[in-house]
Design a protein around this ligand. Structure first.
Ligand SMILES: *Cc1c(COP(=O)(O)O)cnc(C)c1O
Length: 415
């Protein structure tokens, strides 16, 4: 037997420790399409409950948009279900090229290459374009998928303090002897909802001859005046060398990702990136759905405008109610609770009140920084937000954390 009890016990002990530390993640089963109103089974085996979803990446409310669903149905009829091949053998349809072209236009870059996911885009891009003679300088809070991609390549790796531009400059000066320098950041940071200072970063990269890679997964489709992303917000469209992003969030929320940027970088990925060469790309039915999403977004900014209004309303409501939020202006609105167990229990109490919002804690965020990460959507109406606010206030009172300082909360619940 290759899995004796002694081995089983090792894992059982680790899992038990997670449970006892309040760090064990439980999934809740959704029985409806993704939307503002969902039907959930939780705990497993209980009857279905109608709740308001406050934690989806469905920023633009397009995950179950009727036109997207209709387009996907048509795509299924005309292009079939699967490709049964990777891109370079016989897995490229005309619609894959069409989506690459449309994303290039949308992001304001030179070229685009699709990946099965943004996780795969990040896993593939670094190794494809860097060698051991190069250096990567990344923000300390970048997404896990960037960290993994960086690990997979042979370039040297260093970091700068989160959004600390003086520290970044110091590091850029330090590595002037390298063949290439690549600065890496998220556009919108997924856990805190703050944005990278891309205007300053572009300036620094020009001054110190470095390339800039931005993962805009939590921005593509809605940040900036026409929703192009964080580079639009900071007025640097056309100046980001590499953008990686996902189709799994605002852009329909199904699956898929891409690398978009300088022509040669995209071509290097096509020749070298392993998740592109050795894994099937996005299925045709999803490609057709994403094309419809881009068509909708190019016709009107109505959805991102509504999202912006909803976000302001939500932040103002929570702040006035006495919650501690992470500062920012994106639809990622973290309600700080600091303690992991408190975050779990707060989430369960919200659920009782008909609100679905998940607690985040170590290792997803640093120790002592547990929170409920709420995310606003254009699918929310004011009545959803009002109902959610009411529930947050009720639960906030129950745990006695309203109008308290961080020290008050930690003194009572621990880190
Ligand atoms: C969600 C996310 C990803 C992963 O996207 P997938 O397409 O689901 O793999 C990558 N980077 C960032 C910053 C993300 O937020």
């Amino acid at each position: 037997m290759a899995f004796p009890d002694s081995v089983r016990e090792i894992y059982q002990a680790q899992l038990k420790a997670l449970q006892e530390g309040g760090l064990f993640k439980e999934e809740r089963f959704i029985h409806s399409p993704q939307s503002a109103d969902i039907e959930v089974e939780f705990p497993v085996g209980s009857s279905l409950k109608k709740v308001i979803n406050m934690c989806a990446n469905n920023y633009l409310g397009l995950s179950s948009h009727p036109e997207v669903i209709k387009a996907a149905h048509e795509g299924l009829e005309t292009r079939g279900f699967g490709m049964s091949s990777v891109r370079f053998i016989c897995g490229t349809q005309d619609i894959h090229k069409e989506l690459e072209k449309k994303m290039t236009e949308f992001l304001g870059t030179e070229d685009t290459i699709l990946f099965p996911s943004c996780m795969d885009a990040n896993a593939g891009v670094f190794e494809a374009i860097l060698t051991k003679d190069d250096v990567i300088i990344s923000d300390r809070l970048v997404h896990a998928s960037l960290i993994d991609g960086i690990r997979l390549c042979s370039a040297m790796h260093d970091t700068y303090k989160h959004s600390d531009m003086a520290h970044l400059e110091e590091k850029l000066k330090m590595y002037q002897d390298k063949r290439l320098r690549l600065v890496v950041t998220d556009g919108v940071f997924s856990m805190d909802g703050d944005t990278a200072k891309l205007d300053v970063m572009v300036e620094l990269c020009e001054k110190y001859n470095a390339m800039l890679l931005v993962d805009d997964s939590h921005a593509s489709g809605f940040i900036g005046k026409t929703g192009r992303g964080t580079h639009e917000k900071y007025g640097v469209v056309g100046k980001i060398d590499v953008i990686t992003t996902t189709f799994g969030k605002a852009l329909g929320g199904a699956t898929g990702g891409c690398v978009s940027g300088r022509r040669e970088i995209v071509e290097m990925c096509r020749q070298r990136a392993r998740p592109y060469l050795f894994s099937n790309t996005i299925a045709p039915v999803i490609i057709v759905g994403i094309l419809k999403v881009l068509e909708i977004l190019s016709a009107t900014t109505e959805r991102r405008d509504k999202l912006e209004k909803n976000t302001e309303y939500w932040r103002k409501g929570l702040t006035e109610a006495g919650f501690i939020l992470k500062e920012g202006d994106t639809p990622i609105v973290p309600v700080m609770l600091f303690n992991a167990k408190l975050a779990q229990e707060f989430s369960k109490a919200l659920y009782e009140e008909g609100i679905y919002a998940i607690g985040f804690f170590f290792p997803v965020v640093p120790q002592g920084q547990a929170r409920i990460r709420t995310q606003i959507s254009a699918a929310h109406e004011i009545h959803h937000l009002d109902q959610a606010l009411e529930a947050f206030v009720k639960v906030g009172k129950k745990f006695d954390i309203l109008h308290k300082t961080k020290q008050d909360i930690i003194a009572r619940y621990g880190m």
